[in-house]
Design a protein around this ligand. Structure first.
Ligand SMILES: O=C(O)CCC(=O)C(=O)O
Ligand SMILES: [Mn+2]
Length: 230
């Protein structure tokens, strides 16, 4: 199943986001405090399991060899600059862990919250940001061309410390952009006309996460439709 821009109720400038949601740009919906504390704790516990080897959390490197300041673990498909694989090619080489039912459910709920048709998510990247980690402005664009053309939305769910999430334009990794302060439990969905928006995380606010999570730093649970065959 794919999602066409015609099926997205946002982006025309006419539609209002559902109650409690903020359409921050055409095709981009922010749902503050989307996950309750118990569900955040459940998701964090799952992330801690997924982070374990084999095929666990590792530090990606750019094509020039420079290390990311974030750590990441992938599910369903393993992402690294700039391709998807079924094995952790830039880690221990193990098979990628399967895309789990919990993320099937959260992906469906995220689409519902954003008011878009359900997407068959099959790839997750879980990023860990220590308090001094950053992610530069980039586009998510190695998913298959049909997925990109359809505007299939990217989901990001925040856990732990609040961050500045920089949501930019689709043309260049510079202004205009806006900084959204995403807190633990917040959901951001960007698809349709925002699918290729440049985005990044320039700042983490240490010590701002819920104390009940006992998480120093931030995790983002990001979901995509990979558009890969099989
Ligand atoms: O941390 C986030 O919310 C976004 C992460 C991201 O952009 C990515 O993994 O491509
Ligand atoms: Mn991204």
């Amino acid at each position: 199943m794919s999602v066409s821009q015609q099926q997205l109720p946002y982006g025309s400038g006419n539609a209002a986001a559902p109650p409690g949601r903020i359409e921050v740009a055409p095709g981009a919906v922010w749902a503050p405090a989307w996950l309750d504390g118990a569900t955040q704790a459940e998701l964090l516990a799952a992330c801690r399991e997924w982070a374990k080897p084999p095929g666990g959390m590792r530090r990606p490197r750019m094509l020039n060899g420079a290390p990311f300041s974030t750590l990441a673990v992938c599910l369903g498909w393993h992402w690294y600059p700039y391709r998807y694989s079924r094995t952790c090619d830039d880690g221990d080489g193990a098979p990628v862990k399967p895309f789990p039912p919990l993320l099937d459910r959260l992906g469906a709920a995220a689409c519902d919250a954003a008011g878009v048709r359900p997407v068959p998510y099959d790839a997750a990247i879980i990023n860990y940001y220590a308090p001094d980690a950053r992610l530069g402005l980039h586009q998510d664009k190695i998913e298959g061309p049909a997925v990109i053309a359809a505007g299939s939305p990217v989901v990001t769910i925040s856990l732990g410390d609040t961050c500045d999430f920089r949501l930019g334009n689709v043309h260049q990794p510079t202004r205009p952009y806006q900084d959204l302060q995403l807190a633990s439990g917040d959901l951001l969905v960007f698809g349709g006309p925002a699918r290729l928006a440049y985005h990044g995380v320039p700042k983490i606010y240490p010590g701002t996460g819920p104390s009940a999570l006992a998480l120093a730093g931030r995790l983002s649970v990001t979901l995509r439709q990979s558009g890969q065959p099989g």
